[in-house]
Design a protein around this ligand. Structure first.
Ligand code: FAD
Length: 317
């Protein structure tokens, strides 16, 4: 089922979560376990992230360094297929602009269509490690709105080669990312929302937000989006703090604030188990408030761990 149809039919917020493909060489069984442990909460759909190639310098036997292009977490489409076959739950593979030419994007869309996927989360992707600015592939998309446009065109049976005859139309529901604390490259929130509106006008059916730890950020964001004329559902993304390091790493990696009260609670912890409990309690309170507010879904970034999401889900759903 399409995400947008699940949202329209739902009586209360949907339970949904995101998984990362395992690192190269890892097993898929861990993902299966994570999903298996969360199935009792009847997820409406599961997202699988896409990871662009990275540049690595590996030492050769002669001592010189060799530049290698590596993909550390391959397999988004095959993992999405395997999860769908095993759990019979809709899966939303992420698709990014980075590393793809338009032709390669078209081929990925054809694969996804043939495999029966009806949902895609369309993203630009971050700059490759070591690069400051995002560089599109030659002949690829520079921003997510262009990727949305390409998907929408294929939904209308329009392919890159205008000479193709009797083309079939895909029927993808498209989600895009939104940032309650602003995307880090945007000079201000107005500009960020201006471009977010472009993605919606290009045909995005809904928005999923970056994680946030202070619900007022989400509430203000939704207000500003509505004031700017963005009417599609805006799904909040939530991640429980799970390690001491999260307090340092999350603001740096995602350019978001962690409220002082949450930092202080983590600061009082003596063990990592206590930190996980603080994270569970904080996110549970966030989720309960968002549920009362009437959000369309609660979307959890699991990072492959289910114990904390299970605890939260058991208190919220
Ligand atoms: P865009 O919408 O292109 O926006 C990027 C920046 O450019 C913003 O500052 C925006 O204001 C501006 N902008 C947008 N359109 C235009 C335009 N046409 N002209 C000029 N400026 C413009 N990354 C991955 O690599 N893989 C994943 O699986 C993944 N999953 C994610 C899931 C969620 C829910 C979220 C919130 C993020 C995810 N990301 C993922 C991270 C995402 O790729 C990065 O945040 C990236 O830097 C921006 O992606 P975007 O799709 O929002 O880009």
């Amino acid at each position: 089922m399409k995400v947008i149809d699940s949202i329209r039919k739902a009586q209360g917020p949907l339970f949904t979560f995101e998984l990362l493909p395992p690192r190269k060489g890892g097993k898929i069984d861990r993902l299966f376990n994570t999903v298996g442990e969360l199935m009792e909460f009847e997820p409406s759909y599961i997202n699988v992230t896409y990871h662009q190639h990275e540049i690595e310098y590996q030492e050769r036997p002669d001592g010189l360094m060799e530049r290698k292009v590596v993909q550390k977490r391959p397999g988004t489409i095959s993992i999405s297929t395997a999860l769908h076959n095993k759990f019979k739950v809709p899966v939303v593979p992420h698709l990014i602009c980075g590393g793809f030419t338009r032709e390669e994007t078209e081929d990925a869309l054809i694969d996804l269509n043939f495999l029966g996927f009806q949902n895609i989360l369309a993203l630009r992707g971050d700059p490759v490690s070591g690069q400051k600015r995002f560089k599109p592939e030659a002949g690829g998309h520079a921003h997510a709105n262009e990727l949305v446009e390409q998907i929408v065109k294929m939904n209308q049976g329009e392919y890159l080669n205008p000479n193709l005859k009797n083309t079939s139309a895909s029927d993808f529901c498209v989600g895009v990312a939104g940032y309650p604390e602003k995307h880090y490259e945007s000079p201000n929130m107005e500009t960020d929302i201006y471009w977010l509106k472009h993605k919606v006008e290009a045909g995005a059916d809904y928005i999923v937000t970056q994680m946030f730890f202070d619900n007022s950020k989400y509430f203000h964001f939704v207000e500003r989006c509505r004031a700017a004329g963005i009417q599609v559902p805006i799904i909040p993304g939530l991640k429980p703090i799970s390690t001491f390091k999260d307090i340092d790493l999350i603001p740096r990696a995602f350019y978001i604030d962690i409220p002082n009260e949450l930092c202080q609670e983590v600061g009082k912890c003596e063990t990592k188990e206590q930190v996980r409990e603080v994270g569970v309690e904080w996110t549970t309170q966030q989720a309960l408030e968002l549920k009362r507010y009437g959000v369309p879904a609660l979307h959890f970034f699991t990072l492959g761990q289910s114990d904390n999401i299970r605890k939260i889900a058991s208190r919220v759903f």
